[in-house]
Design a protein around this ligand. Structure first.
Ligand SMILES: C[S@@+](CC[C@H](N)C(=O)[O-])C[C@H]1O[C@@H](n2cnc3c(N)ncnc32)[C@H](O)[C@@H]1O
Length: 194
């Protein structure tokens, strides 16, 4: 992706986040909530990264669960809302702007979450940035006739693709799911690195 494309993406998300409401709601992802006790039982520590954190709903949830969270996103409007919310909750989260397309990890994490965002080339880098025993929770949109709004095909997972990508890494996959008939068709899984 070149600088122009990154700029277009940032502008698109800034516009979407500019309303007072939360574009993806203020509740954390149900998959994260349902599995949080299991995730906490797996992780080797509390250092967490929220990739493309948007307005911060999942970062806030993880911070309340005792994680030391970094949230990265390309949209400064989304990040401003996340910081405002964090202050209201009296939490401390390291929210900052990054274009994940060009991102290089300079530290390692015990937990990485990736919700409603897909950059295929970032997946192996994320696995490499996990501490031994570290966990990735991945949940994003699939290509299906039921996808509600126009999405670029490159940002949609194909059937069985997520499982197949993670099968190539050394570790265990838990609770893989494809919900093709949901309002938002998604593929999800939890991966723990060896
Ligand atoms: C559908 S939202 C998901 C937000 C959040 N993960 C959630 O589930 O609430 C997609 C997010 O990806 C971010 N994004 C898109 N392209 C990006 C990039 N190249 N680098 C970082 N963030 C990006 C957008 O700004 C937006 O916040």
């Amino acid at each position: 992706m070149n600088g122009n494309e990154s700029g277009e993406i940032r502008t698109k998300w800034n516009e979407r986040f500019r309303s007072e409401n939360f574009a993806l709601g203020s509740n954390p992802s149900p998959y994260l909530v349902e599995n949080i006790e299991f995730i906490k039982s797996l992780v080797p520590g509390k250092k967490a990264l929220d990739i493309a954190c948007g307005e911060g709903r999942n970062s806030i949830f993880l911070a309340k669960e005792g994680f030391d969270v970094t949230g990265l996103d390309i949209s400064e409007v989304g990040l401003e809302k996340a910081v405002h919310w964090m202050k209201q909750e009296r939490l401390l989260i390291d929210f900052h702007m990054e274009d994940m397309e060009a991102y290089e990890f300079s530290e390692t994490f015990d937990l990485i979450i990736n919700f409603n965002f897909l950059l295929r080339h970032l997946i192996p880098k994320s696995v490499a940035a996990l501490n031994p025993g570290g966990v990735i929770v991945f949940d994003t949109i699939m290509d299906s006739p039921y996808v509600p709004s126009p999405h670029k095909k490159e940002f949609l997972l194909q059937p069985e693709e997520l499982y197949s990508i993670f099968s190539g890494f050394h570790g265990k996959i838990y609770f893989p799911e494809e919900r093709l008939h949901d309002q938002n068709p998604t593929a999800k899984l939890i991966f723990q690195k060896n």
